[in-house]
Write a protein that binds this ligand. Structure first.
Ligand code: MRU
Length: 483
């Protein structure tokens, strides 16, 4: 792999010969960027398993578990690392259930790591396609850190994938790259990558971002992510949060681009994301050159968390998620076959809700119908006995008719309300199965949905009022007969 620590001065490729060496390369940032870390870890594990001298599947599993443990301690924030380790563990389990042949299990692990590499290449292309639609022709996009080809499996990247996607869609696009202190990924890597690709790039120091935004020079911000929580809070390179606040202040759209493998829906918010603390030397030194005084206290968190309310949209390989992210991310995650089959937790939750709701509606309607029909019957049977009496009292005839009509109206409106409610839920279900977010539903269906909801509520109210009136009139009639 290319040694990113030496770029752009030197293009040197490292030959890593063991899982330990791969882990060391990740820890020391020879390879970096969440998806690239995930892919490298998977390949490191496949390499480590290859070198195991275990004679049985159980021996191999023992070695493999040790390697997974060791690999998981390299960098704590990028969830792609843990995602890739989990995928490799799953592949191991599947292979072991199928065969006890050690060589075949090893082959399965190599294939799985190659598949992870290919999946990441495909994911970046998809992110590029989805993201391109959000970038206007002639736009200048500001980015932070390096979320490009170097940070992923290959040629496109995530945040830079969106820029490359826009370019490949025929749009003119220029980039402003934050230099990204302290490791200078923006200056060293993003600028290098984009210049090689002939995409116009201007580097600024991190503290210039506010000034250029205020000057109207930025049309959109696109950054990558290391971990995205269920509510859309996104961890990325330190300084990203600052850029997001500035973007909000200047009403500039702020997009996060990341593959599904960067989602961590097991944590509800960014508060649960572990933030890596790195060597203070990265702050006090540039390479081997010391800038800071000896012995001074230094804090070096490698990442920060951007709260979801500052994020305009999250561009993934399965589509664009819009707020509220708790729903839209689950929806996109459900589209990922490798996640948990076809039925997601989201499906189950919604199914139960819909079921409960319809049950309740049925009960309510049944109650209304019975109450209304019962009261009409009661009024009729009561009055038939007094028919001769009633004929001499026009007021009583009018009350009887009104009570009956209101009763009937209560039934009709209750049925209408149920019908509209079912219509709105049918639409909801349709889009859920098509895995579309509310924004993707389209204005026509959004209108039908809102109308159905509104109509159902109005009908419900009218039905209730009619029922009350019918009951009140019947009570009055009853009193009149008693007198
Ligand atoms: O510490 P790094 O260089 O690994 O941090 C990288 C980032 O923060 C990237 O923006 C992120 O991993 C996304 S890369 C597609």
């Amino acid at each position: 792999m290319i040694d990113q620590r030496l770029l752009p001065g030197e293009e040197k490729y490292l030959m890593l010969r063991s899982c330990d060496e791969v882990a060391e390369a990740i820890k020391d940032m020879a390879v970096r960027g969440a998806p690239a870390i995930g892919v490298s870890a998977a390949m490191g594990l496949a390499l480590g398993a290859q070198q195991s001298v275990g004679m049985s599947a159980a021996d191999l599993e023992y070695d493999f578990d040790y390697l997974c443990e060791m690999m998981s301690k390299t960098r704590p924030t990028a969830v792609n690392l843990f995602w890739a380790i989990e995928r490799m563990r799953e592949a191991f389990k599947r292979a072991k259930n199928r065969t006890q042949d050690v060589e075949e299990i090893k082959r399965t692990l190599v294939n799985e790591s190659l598949q992870i590499l290919q999946d990441d290449l495909d994911a970046n292309r998809s992110i590029g396609r989805f993201g391109a639609e959000l970038i206007p022709d002639g736009a200048t996009v500001l980015t932070h850190c390096n979320a490009g080809a170097l940070a992923t499996a290959g040629d496109y990247g995530t945040a830079l994938g969106v820029i490359r996607g826009a370019r490949d869609a025929g749009k003119r696009v220029a980039v402003i790259a934050d230099e990204t202190r302290p490791f200078l990924q923006g200056l060293r890597l993003t600028a290098w990558e984009l210049a090689k690709d002939d995409i116009p790039v201007t580097v600024i120091t991190d503290n210039m971002a506010g000034h250029v935004m205020k000057g109207g020079k930025v049309d959109a911000v696109v950054v990558g992510a290391d971990r995205i929580a269920a509510n859309g809070d996104a961890a990325n390179k330190i300084g990203t949060y600052m850029v997001a606040v500035l973007a909000k202040r200047h009403r500039i759209p702020f997009y996060v681009a990341a593959p599904i493998s960067t989602l961590d829906l097991s944590i509800p918010s960014g508060d649960h994301i572990p933030i890596e603390e790195r060597d203070t030397r990265e702050v006090t030194h540039v390479r081997d050159h010391q800038l800071g005084p000896d012995g001074v206290d230094v804090h070096n968190p490698a990442f920060d968390v951007t709260p979801n309310e500052l994020i305009t949209a999250i561009i993934t390989d399965k589509g664009v998620a819009w707020p509220p992210y708790t729903d839209s991310l689950l929806c996109l995650m459900g589209m990922d076959d490798s996640w948990s089959g076809t039925t997601t937790e989201y499906d189950l939750k919604i199914d139960t809700q819909v079921e409960k709701f319809l049950e309740l509606k049925h009960e309510l309607t049944f109650f209304l119908i019975t109450a209304a029909v019962g009261s009409i019957g009661y009024t009729l049977s009561f009055s038939i006995g007094k028919l001769s009496d009633i004929a001499n009292h026009p007021g009583r005839i009018a009350s009887l008719l009104a009570a009956t009509l209101f009763g009937l109206a209560a039934v009709v409106f209750a049925l209408f309300s149920l019908y509209e409610e079912i219509n709105s839920y049918r639409l909801h279900l349709k889009y859920r199965y098509l895995r579309k977010t509310w924004e993707q539903v389209g204005p026509k269906d959004q209108k039908i949905w809102s109308q159905a909801n509104r109509l159902s509520k109005v009908c419900e109210k009218i039905s209730f009022v009619c029922l009350v009136l019918s009951v009140v009139l019947q009570a009055t009639l009853f009193l009149l007969f008693l007198l």
